[in-house]
Design a protein around this ligand. Sequence first.
Ligand code: PLP
Length: 401
Amino acid sequence: MTTPVSQTSADGGQALRCAPVHHHPSWEEARAQREWGIDTVLAHVGTATDPATGAITTPIHLSTAYSHPGLHQSTGYDYARTASPTRDVLQDALARLDHGVASFATTTGMAALQLTVEALVPPGGRIVALEDLYGGSFRYLEGLSTSGVYDVDLVLGAEGLRRALARPAALVIIETPTNPMMEQFDVAEVATWAHAAGALLAVDNTFLTPVRLRPLDEGADVALYSATKYLGGHNDVSAGVVTVREEVLGKRLQYRLNTTGATLDPFSSFLLLRGLKTLSLRLARHEANARRVVAFLESSPAVSRVLYPGRSGMVSFEVAPGTDVARLLEAVRVFTFAESLGGVESLVTCPSVQTHADVPPQTRARYGLTDRLLRLSVGIEDAEDLVADLRQAFAAAASTR
Ligand SMILES: *Cc1c(COP(=O)(O)O)cnc(C)c1O
């Protein structure tokens, strides 16, 4: 199915022909690639997808409009909101990574959540979600509930989910591990409860990525991502992803996304393709560094509690009384006090005043998110530099005692 775009004619000139620029892998090819190990799939993300040039990396197609060969004819591309070649290459790769049938790349992670909810839940439908989701997701769902557009039930823990799903629902939304309390869920078990309630299960897999968890393989229907985090990995692209297990869900999402328009632009699509290639390498390093940092935190008298799910570079900890949180955040030098995660640089966040500021204090208290809890996104620096930085910051924050 690879049609060359240009052919050398008999007189040596170039005769241009209209043909799809983007090479869609055939079903057999896609299946063969599914047998590859994930490191191979990742390294080959977007490789030589352009038969016109054989370019090894994916070209950035900025064109918003595409010429038609004739009436009722299309190259496969008409208008960039509907489909664009660079985004298509990215979406093919994302679907393959998660063993899904289709992926949709959106402008942000929040847009991915909104797309999922609004495409898959009819007005008035019931949504069951964890109360301790990412703060922005909580704020969005809380708003939907208040405005009465949907019937939203926010619950805590596996027991809360199980009880809420004794009644019918349309959509269940979870994160595992949760953010920042690092509670882990058995996706297969939650999928069983969701399906018994007639609901679809969406898993926000931003923390673990398909390298550590494939929610669709565990029985979930939708995998959601803030690709701004580990998938992009370099703190330089805002994006979201929705990947689905079944064609019918893909059709509903495609329709809704084309209608509402939060599609990812070509340059961001390219940055994401580029970031994905090193995802597995980065994650292994994030985890090795996180283990070293966790060992230090567990031995430090300045720390009263450490939460680490054993995977990813995300570590939460509670600062012991006698250590000044504000001074600690000012004192770090290798870590940066900033509000994100999943990039190569280490960041430290204070969730109660940053990511989760819009979660009411009594709700935060219910699941144990205090003002003394800090969240680290451990980067890929030298682990000993990270530990030394925390050690000196703890010392600086203790000096006022
Ligand atoms: C950041 C984040 C989001 C929101 O993604 P944006 O790209 O910031 O819109 C959703 N879920 C989780 C778990 C996140 O960390």
